[in-house]
Structure formats: C-alpha cells, structure tokens
Design a binder for this molecule. Structure first.
Ligand code: SAH
Ligand code: SF4
Length: 366
C-alpha cells in the first residue's frame, strides 16, 4: 500500500497575479523584463526584498514613484503575515503565520547572546503521522511555497527589528516534514543564503527529518545544502515503528546506512534528535543503543524531553532520567546536549499553538 509521503504533498493554488515575494535573483530579472524594465531592476528588487526586508511597494525608495505605482497595480508582494505572537518567560516568541489561503503555520524566534535562532515550518500539517506529535495528528494539508518558507524569516526578523549582520540560525523543526517538500525548501534555501540578500550561511541552516531516506539521499546530491538532523526518537525497530510509521518503510538499519553515506564536510556532524517519552523511549538500554547508533557517523545527540499536549497519551521523562541518559552518553564519548524546551509555557512544540487556536477559535493578535 502506498504511504502518504510517497505521494506529492498538495501544493498551494495558483494566484492570478505574479508574486515577487520569494522569487530568486533570476526570476526577479525575468519579472523586470515582463514589465519592460532592464535586468538590473531585478537586482534592485532583490535588494529591496531581502537586504532591506521591505514588505510594501511604497517602501522601495530605490525605484521611481511611477514604477512603484505600476508594481502595486500589477504585482503582489505577499509574505505570510503574523496574526498571533506569544512571548514566553524564557524570552522566545512563538508566532502564528497566516497564509494567503487562510491556512496557518507556526514559527519561533529564540534570541541568544551571540545569535538568534528561528524555528520554521515547511508544510501545513504533516503526512508522517508520528503518534507523539501535535502536527502529525493534523495530517497533511499542503506544502509551503518558497515564499512562505523564506517569508517566515523576513516576517520574524522585521517583527523583532533584527539588525542586519547579527547572526541568524534557521532550524526546520516547526510544522511539517521538510524532505517531503524538498523542491520548495531548496528554492527558499537559495534565496535565504544569497550573499546579496539575507546572506544566511548554509552551515547555519538545519533541516530536521523523521527519516525519509529517499529525501536524505536527494539532499546529499546538492553541492550547497543545509545541515541535517534526524529525529531518531527510539532505538528498536519495534518501538520506532509504533511511534513513527515511516520506520516501517525505512528501518534503523536503512537509516544508519543512509546517514553513513551522507556526504559531510570536514567538521560537520549529523544531529540526532531524541524525544524522551516516559516509560517508552527513556530507558538506560535506550541510552546504550542510542550511543551505538551514533557511532555509525559523526553525530551530536540532542535529548528532547517530551513537551506534553492534550490527548497525546505520552508523558515527559523524570528529570533524574534525563540527567542519567545525558551522563551515559557523555561517558560513551558522545557529544550530547539537552533541549530545555523554549516556549514550553506557550505550547512550544511544533503544531501545538495552531491546534489550540483551532480549538479555541481564532487566535488574537498581541
Ligand atoms: N518533521 C521533522 C521536523 C519537524 S518536528 C522531524 O520530525 O524531524 C521537529 C522535532 O520536534 C522532531 O525531532 C520531533 O521529534 C520533535 N517533536 C514533535 N513533537 C514533540 C513534542 N510534543 N515534544 C517534544 N518534541 C517533539
Ligand atoms: Fe511530522 Fe516531524 Fe511531527 Fe513526525 S515529528 S508528524 S515528521 S512534524
């Protein structure tokens, strides 16, 4: 029987007018040509969109008033809009984005001393059906476009008045399975990393997958690509297949093989995310098997205590167990960190805020 993720995820409907948001340098030159403008106008559009982060045509002061008026009449500048923002006690802010068709996704802005990390969504919903995940319970609604992926970054940086040049990390750990939407993801990656625009270095971008081996293999063929994280989350095929249906197609052996074959740059490591579910994935035997799995390739482990949500049926692990597993991995010589879930008090883990919004009615703006 074909699995849901064997099928292409539904795409956004076509708008009648062109949308400049999310277009790369070449497409913006082509857009300029359709307006009868020289190619270098495309460069000005690129600069305005991604270096200045302008979101309305009237802001494009580098263009003549006549051209701005024409653009406003003929070309959309449609980024996702922030419709709800919740500030967490730890300083992170969770945002709900509304897309042109009214669908919603989430992103998180996490400021640190030396950088800001943005957690991004890649799809509305998700086809992978992991049993512990709020997004998984929604099923797949549709892929995000490149504009909607890159637009989460533009919207969050603008919302927080983020100064250009201050380091930005991106992690695709919000809603959706990024490798199930690889074409749009890579189109957004090209725009986000372009040195003439937002200029986010590829090594600062991490894509997290549930273990879609076909996608891992394809990602490995790109010369410029983001870093890879795998949501391992269980250490036996039996357990993993029960909480992550994708494991019934690509099991732990297949995953270890694909990750060992993934072409890494010198010093690059694959992140292994491991969600700790009390009594399900958090035994000391799990810790030992996790350390053994991580020896197949250069890896760093990230332990993630489960973030509870209504109706999941899972519980977070005891604090003492988290520490014991962390120590076990350190003793095994394995680089390890524990994710102290940021934004937990505002329903931090992926999919939870949108789901709560749907339950309570429309979320309201801050
Ligand atoms: N679909 C991709 C990326 C989005 S999920 C993937 O699965 O990797 C990002 C991370 O959040 C994954 O590691 C997932 O296992 C984890 N996650 C999902 N629900 C969670 C929850 N309720 N508590 C803690 N982590 C969760
Ligand atoms: Fe999808 Fe990731 Fe959630 Fe699994 S954990 S359902 S792959 S978003």
């Amino acid at each position: 029987m074909p699995q849901l993720w064997d099928l292409p995820a539904p795409e956004a409907g076509f708008a009648e007018r062109p949308n400049a948001a999310g277009l790369d340098a070449l497409d913006l030159k082509a857009l300029a040509a359709t307006l009868g403008e020289p190619a270098w106008r495309g460069d000005q559009l690129f600069d305005g969109l991604y270096r200045q982060r302008w979101t309305r045509w009237e802001q494009f002061s580098s263009l003549s008033k006549a051209l701005r008026t024409r653009l406003a009449a003929e070309v959309d500048l449609a980024w996702p809009s922030i419709v709800q923002s919740q500030i967490s006690e730890d300083g992170s802010t969770k945002h709900v984005f509304e897309l042109v068709d009214g669908k919603q996704v989430e992103g998180v802005f996490m400021p640190y001393a030396d950088r800001v990390t943005l957690c991004l969504s890649s799809q509305v919903g998700c086809a992978m059906g992991c049993t512990f995940c709020a997004t998984g319970q929604m099923g797949i609604v549709r892929n995000l476009t490149a504009a909607e992926i890159a637009g989460q970054v533009v919207a969050m940086l603008n919302h927080h008045d983020h100064p250009a040049g201050h380091p930005v990390n991106l992690v695709f750990m919000g809603m959706g399975e990024p490798l199930h939407n690889l074409d749009h993801l890579m189109a957004a990656f090209d725009v986000l990393t372009d040195p003439k625009g937002l200029a986010i270095p590829p090594r600062r971008i991490t894509v997290s997958t549930s273990g879609l081996v076909s996608g891992i293999e394809r990602l490995g063929t790109f010369a410029r690509r983001p870093r890879l994280a795998l949501s391992l989350n269980a250490t036996t095929d039996d357990r993993r297949s029960r909480i992550m249906p994708v494991n019934r197609v690509w099991n732990l052996d297949a995953l270890a093989g694909a990750l060992a074959a993934f072409p890494l740059q010198s010093g690059e490591r694959i992140t292994l995310e491991y969600v700790l579910l009390k009594g399900v994935t958090d035994t000391l035997e799990d810790g030992r098997r996790l350390a053994a799995f991580a020896r197949h390739f250069p890896a760093k482990v990230n332990l993630i205590p489960f973030n509870p949500h209504e109706g999941s049926g899972f519980e977070p692990p005891d604090e003492a167990r988290v520490s014991a597993l962390c120590r076990l991995l350190v003793d095994a010589g394995q680089p390890v960190s524990v994710r102290r879930s940021r934004g937990q008090d505002v329903a931090g883990a992926c999919g939870q805020l949108v789901r709560e919004g749907q339950r309570r009615g429309q979320p309201k703006e801050l």
